[in-house]
Design a protein around this ligand. Structure first.
Ligand code: SF4
Ligand code: SF4
Length: 138
């Protein structure tokens, strides 16, 4: 089995519900996160776009940290990951990459059909969790 998370960047609205769902579901401390949502914009902080009005540009990227367990305990019970379950736009999909019926595989087929580019962060150098992919057709 090769479990993977696919983040459909084109569906992500930067709401942080994934991070909060993880925090509440996993009973994390106030300052502890296993996934954080990065704004790609002006660089000035959360939800700060690049450009000059009306030509503004911004997108968001949930970044999974090494502490993310992919909700291993819930997986044993056949339950979905809190972040996947709570995302209001279904931007997240998880499952066995070797199983064509898994949520991950089905989402990956959908983004490939859309012509999306798929990439991963360099987990060795970036301090992020392995097994997370991003997709965007923009
Ligand atoms: S992945 Fe989903 S829950 Fe997380 S910030 Fe994006 S839209 Fe919100
Ligand atoms: S997979 Fe589980 S542990 Fe990892 S960020 Fe999502 S909810 Fe948190």
């Amino acid at each position: 089995m090769a479990y993977k998370m696919l983040v459909d960047i084109d569906r992500c609205i930067g709401c942080w519900t994934c991070a909060m769902g993880c925090k509440v579901g996993n009973h994390l401390e106030d300052d502890e996160y296993r996934v954080e949502v990065t704004t790609h914009g002006s660089g000035a902080g959360i939800d700060r776009p690049a450009g000059v009005y009306p030509d503004l540009r911004m997108w968001w990227q949930p970044v999974y940290l090494p502490s993310c367990t992919f909700c291993a305990e819930r997986m044993k019970e056949g339950e979905p990951q809190f972040c996947v379950m709570d995302c209001p736009t279904q931007a997240l999909a998880f499952g066995d990459a070797a199983d064509p019926e898994s949520g991950y595989s089905q989402a990956r087929a959908r983004v490939e059909a859309r012509g999306a580019r798929i990439w991963a962060l360099d987990d060795a150098g970036s301090g992020t969790r392995a097994g997370v992919e991003y997709a965007s057709a923009r």
